[in-house]
Design a binder for this molecule. Structure first.
Ligand code: HEM
Length: 278
């Protein structure tokens, strides 16, 4: 609820009234693209993002004993370990050479998680997923902007540039978004097991909101040919042959609803919130 003294509330999402319709439109375009890419008997249909993986590994996710009370929420409520699967991927829709600029993803699936889940279709599943990529902030501000992007995307990859440079008036160009995509594309990655990942967007955390980051705590002396098409897979293989990989999973709570808004209107002062680096 907005009022003069307390304009925004902690943990509260301010949802535009047309957001459901916008999300449905995005879903429809995604389905149409998938149907066009995989007609009839062309199977299997790949994920329409993060299609190429570098490795999928077994892991243990440990909730530490010394968490402050504010963080004892959901799966973090008591010290324990969960078995997990962790998938490392490139972000592109089509598998491509690892030397090409791309987003790098980590997807963590915890097993043995009790309690009712939020998604209707997954209410009774015993799993919990975290998806993170190797940049702190998402390039798109809101669902409507994402729909604009996807409409162009549905006309072909080359049209995407018009999302950023939309029309003759430079004041309307999405330079902030363009900068984020360029920063992601320019990153040089040697080993998916030794880079940091972020949730980019906030998630509900009890009555509050939080962002996550996963920071590597292991390193291994490896040697890979970075011109090889699948060198990131090779890097993981070499690392794990020498020693296990490990990461710290960190949670940052939203503490200021103005500086850390959950929705990001197109105004320069409100651009989501960044994680404080450790
Ligand atoms: C508009 C927002 C987004 C859309 C429409 C979207 C779409 C998708 C789709 C369609 C997939 C493939 C899912 C599958 O078939 O298994 C996917 C996977 C993935 N997404 Fe997103 N995504 C969005 C935002 C994000 C954000 C903010 C992150 C993390 C910072 C993220 C990280 C990932 C990762 C890591 C995977 C790979 C999952 C796996 O390895 O199984 N995505 N995304």
């Amino acid at each position: 609820m907005r009022n003069q003294t307390n304009p925004l509330e902690l943990g509260r999402e301010y949802i535009p009234i047309d957001e459901d319709a916008v999300i449905q439109a995005i879903e429809q375009i995604s389905l149409n693209l998938l149907k066009a890419d995989y007609p009839g008997n062309i199977r299997p249909a790949r994920r329409d993002a993060h299609a190429k993986h570098h490795g999928c590994v077994k892991a243990t996710f440990t909730v530490e004993t010394n968490l402050p009370d504010a963080f004892k929420v959901g799966i973090f409520r008591e010290p324990r370990s969960f078995p997990a699967w962790v998938r490392f991927s490139n972000g592109a829709r089509e598998p491509q050479a690892d030397a090409k600029g791309d987003t790098r993803g980590i997807a963590i699936k915890l097993l043995g998680v009790d309690g009712e889940k939020v998604l209707e279709a997954e209410k009774h599943l015993q799993t919990h997923d975290f998806t993170l990529v190797n940049h702190p902030v998402f390039a798109i501000r809101n669902a409507q902007d994402y729909l604009d992007l996807f409409k162009l995307r549905s006309k072909g990859e080359k049209q995407i540039i018009w999302f950023f440079f939309n029309g003759p008036n430079p004041l309307k160009w999405r330079l902030h978004e363009f900068g984020i995509t360029q920063a992601i594309q320019r990153k040089k990655i040697i080993n998916p097991l030794t880079i940091q990942y972020w949730s980019m967007v906030p998630y509900q955390f009890g009555s509050l909101a939080a962002k996550y980051t996963v920071k590597p705590t292991s390193n291994a002396d490896i040697s890979v040919d970075r011109t090889a098409k699948h060198y990131l897979h090779e890097a993981m293989k070499q690392h794990l042959a020498k020693q296990p990989a490990s990461f710290d999973f960190m949670v940052q709570l939203q503490t200021d609803p103005v500086k850390m808004p959950l929705k990001t209107p197109r105004s320069p002062g409100m651009r989501g919130f960044h994680l404080i680096k450790k």
